[in-house]
Design a protein around this ligand. Structure first.
Ligand code: PEP
Ligand code: MN
Length: 322
């Protein structure tokens, strides 16, 4: 909080009044001929700003500066490619398999998805799996197949970066770099991805507050990211009926109040395909600017997340989103 004194204020009297309220004056600033400002320190007692504004000798009170100024300054629009902008009225549809499994699979899917109005092809080459015994992704070759398939179908590409070692190779093929839920607070990875100077899709950690999510975005921006879109993918809850709990309150808050670009991933939130379409519709109603949906043309044989994969044709049930 910054307290600005009136021209004729008794500085010592105001200081005593502030201290009496439990406020710690971290510093005093006085410009050449201008008014005196007291900067109130963070550890101070919480006092209503109106109470401070009512003290004798106080001209005005302003709240402290934001802790994530770059996020606040970013605005709602995020340019992914020359043609694709997140944050506009027209939602962006991102779809593709959980993991890239072969060149044939991703090429086949890319063409089918493009015909269904999808603009960005997703697909993991490096997969963050809970168990080390599960499919871990096919790595570098999968990235090359993903890019070739997207180019052939006229799509942009998003793919996850899991390690600082892989930033350059993923950045060489992806238009949008994905930070997965499990890495939202890996600050050295955020810094390395930021230095690639590309737009980033920042998935919310399954246990992160909105404030922690905003700070993770600030890490990306302070290190040079071209912009950040926030991807809500469900937070952990007490209820195992769904894989996670889709937090649409956070979507409305970030999209509608903070005016930041927001994408919703109903696939990882629900964990089951029968809930994807209703959750996707609800996400758009809450203000999401994009959807990221897992699809597979043979879900029963998917290497990962088959239970939540939609058949490509099922995207048509969303109605026209883009
Ligand atoms: C993914 O989108 O491929 C993924 C692994 O999701 P999350 O990080 O949200 O679990
Ligand atoms: Mn998945």
């Amino acid at each position: 909080m910054i307290v600005t004194l009136t021209e004729r204020a008794d500085t010592d009297a105001v200081r005593r009044a502030l201290t009496g309220l439990g406020l710690w004056i971290e510093s005093t600033e006085r410009s050449e001929r201008g008014p005196v400002h007291f900067v109130i320190g963070r550890g101070s007692t919480a006092v209503e700003p109106e109470r401070v504004a009512g003290l004798d000798g106080v001209e005005s009170v302003s709240q402290s500066r934001s802790k994530h100024p770059r996020v606040d300054a970013q605005g709602v629009l995020l340019r992914v490619t020359d043609q694709i902008v997140l944050g506009e009225a027209r939602p962006v549809l991102i779809a593709g398999p959980c993991a890239v499994e072969s060149e044939e699979q991703i090429t086949r899917l890319a063409h089918r998805l493009a015909a269904l109005g999808v603009q960005v092809l997703r697909g993991g080459a490096f997969k963050p799996r809970t168990s080390p015994y599960d499919f871990q992704g096919l790595g570098a070759p999968a990235l090359a197949w993903l890019r070739r398939a997207a180019d052939a179908a006229g799509l942009a590409v998003v793919s996850e970066v899991m390690s600082e070692r892989h930033v350059d190779e993923v950045a060489a093929v992806a238009d949008l770099l994905q930070i997965g839920s499990r890495n939202m607070q890996s600050t050295s990875l955020l810094a390395a991805v930021g230095r690639a100077r590309k737009p980033v899709l920042l998935k919310r950690s399954m246990a992160a507050t909105v404030d922690e999510w905003l700070h993770a975005a600030e890490y990306l921006l302070v290190h040079g990211a071209a912009g950040v879109a926030f991807c809500e993918r469900g937070i952990r809850s007490f209820d195992p009926s769904t894989r996670n709990l889709l937090d649409l309150g956070a979507v409305a808050l970030l999209a509608g109040v903070h005016r930041l670009p927001v994408v919703v991933d109903p696939s990882h939130a629900a964990g089951r395909r029968d809930l994807i379409v209703p959750l996707a519709r609800a996400a758009l109603a809450a203000g999401a600017h994009g959807l990221m949906i897992e699809v597979h043309d043979d879900p029963a044989c998917a290497e990962s997340d088959g239970a939540q994969a939609l058949l490509p044709e099922a995207l048509a049930d969303l109605g026209r989103v883009s």
